[in-house]
Design a protein around this ligand. Structure first.
Ligand code: UD1
Ligand code: MG
Length: 453
């Protein structure tokens, strides 16, 4: 029989050090809120339910925690912050629904590896009543110290309560504690607040469990996995770790990056094999890149679906709704928004294509602009397959350029152009023989007069 597990995620912190108008756990890493990283890791580890202990921005935090999750999330409010032990007890009614295991996670520690959670529950299955995830701290200041004897955990001592010998211990509490679901409430209710901070310390659960003859152990995880976020500087450090991991995973899956450290990925970036990414590329949320596509340097992409063997940039901007079929080329200083571009079509230089459908093989000349907005509404531009739009043309939407049609350079096109027609919508050229020389003579004469005067 599979074990059942409840994750209690603590997210009621007030986060003063973030100096932010929103809850800390709503700040993002890889364009995903911290809290969502945590609940997703819990879901990946196989938990059956999440009890979310919220304070500030309760609704927004709950929404972020549950978006796209196939595990139910039940928010519980902690109105007063009285410590981690108190916070977990806010979920008492959910804990008593009956789970084999309860795992406590922090909403501001997004780098947790689901495998560590699985390792903890398998120790529970083997007979430990309380399993604490620890790490060897480069600088243990401020952390609870894990005190072990004969392979068992005997206590977690908070920094402020620790003796000098205990302070010398570098094995620290990462904050993730897994314990028996049936014994949880009994243990949690025994936690008091007679300590340096006057708080209910969840960490007291170890000594309480020991006093009842229960077995407690600590298992080790990398320090990096336990990184928590208290300031924006720490948020940036966590982002770095997350990006490094995401780039590494992409490269191992067959993506080439010349300078990975300058490529920024989002949590949902999909890069197929043989994608090649040049330096300084930003992937916002919702980007998919098909096999063999090349993303040249300095491109900014979000909400875009890029087909196989397409080439993008350098200096391209793809905005939400850009759907590029295979072998499409979008060149330098082009912006594509909410537009479908057909197989092999080219938008090579200095263009804006928005609210548009472009047929296969069409060629959009340099400086073409779809005039999609009239100040009130957005309108559609349709460009047929194989059409040719001459440079510096404005296509005033709503408008339809037929298959195989040709628009002369510099046109301002306001009426539909049928299939295979040629449209020229610009002033006719006037050429005045000799007029340039006469103009120069005149200017020279004026200059000469001024000099004399
Ligand atoms: C806690 C641990 C410490 C561990 C460290 C790891 C306790 C008593 N101490 O200390 O052993 O080494 O984490 O980072 O557990 N929270 C609430 N409501 C509360 C209190 C806290 O939601 O009433 C949340 C916070 O927002 C935070 C998490 O719980 O996400 C941990 O609280 P924090 O105050 O940071 O605990 P530490 O003192 O760092
Ligand atoms: Mg902390």
């Amino acid at each position: 029989m599979a074990r059942t597990c409840l994750a209690v995620v603590l997210a009621a912190g007030d986060a003063t050090r973030m100096k932010s108008s929103k809850s800390k756990v709503l700040h993002s890493v890889g364009n995903l809120p911290l809290i969502a990283h945590v609940t997703r890791a819990a879901a990946t580890a196989g938990v059956n339910k999440v009890a979310l202990v919220v304070g500030r921005d309760a609704d927004l935090v709950t929404e972020a925690a549950s978006a796209g999750l196939d595990v139910p999330v039940s928010p519980v409010l902690q109105t007063e912050r009285k410590g981690t032990g108190h916070a977990v007890l806010m979920a008492r009614d959910i804990i008593t629904e009956g789970f084999d295991d309860v795992v406590v996670l922090y909403g501001d520690a997004p780098l947790i590896n689901p495998e560590s959670l699985v390792a903890a529950t398998s120790e529970r299955a083997k007979g430990a009543d309380v399993v604490v995830l620890g790490f060897r701290a480069a600088d243990p200041t401020g952390y609870g110290r894990l005190l072990e004897r004969d392979g068992e955990l005997v206590a977690i001592r908070e920094h402020k309560e620790a003796s000098p010998e205990e302070l010398a211990v570098d094995f620290c509490n990462g904050g993730i504690i897994t314990f028996s679901g049936s014994k949880a409430v009994g243990l949690l209710e025994s936690i008091g607040n007679d300590n340096a901070k006057g708080e209910y310390y969840l960490t007291d659960i170890v000594e309480i469990a020991r006093s009842r003859g229960l077995k407690c152990i600590a298992i080790e995880a990398p320090e990096e996995d336990m990184m928590g976020c208290n300031t924006r500087a720490e948020l940036a450090e966590i982002e770095q770790v997350w990006q490094t991991r995401a780039r590494h995973a992409a490269m191992l899956s067959g993506v080439s990056m010349i300078d990975p450290s300058s490529v920024f990925l989002s949590h949902d970036t999909v890069l197929e094999s043989d994608v090649m990414i040049e330096p300084n590329v930003w992937f916002g949320p919702g980007v998919k890149v098909g096999p063999g596509a090349v993303i040249h340097a300095f491109s900014h992409l979000e909400g875009a679906d890029i087909g196989a063997n397409a080439t993008i940039g350098p200096f391209a901007r793809l905005r939400p709704g850009a759907e590029l079929a295979e072998k499409v080329k979008v060149g330098n200083f082009c912006e594509i928004k909410k537009a479908r571009i057909g197989v092999g079509a080219k938008v090579n230089h200095l263009s804006y294509i928005g609210d548009a459908v472009v047929g296969a093989g069409a060629n959009i000349g340099a400086g073409t602009i779809t005039c999609n907005y009239d100040g009130q509404n957005k309108h559609l531009t349709e460009i047929g397959a194989g059409a040719f739009i001459g440079s510096n043309s404005s296509l005033v939407a709503p408008i339809k350029i037929g298959d195989g049609a040709y628009v002369g350079s510099g046109s301002v096109v306001t009426m539909d152009v049928p299939d295979d027609a040629l449209a020229i919508a610009r002033a006719r050229q006037e050429t005045k023989p000799g007029r340039a020389q006469r103009l120069r003579d005149k200017i020279a004469a004026i200059k000469a007069l001024k000099k004399k005067a």
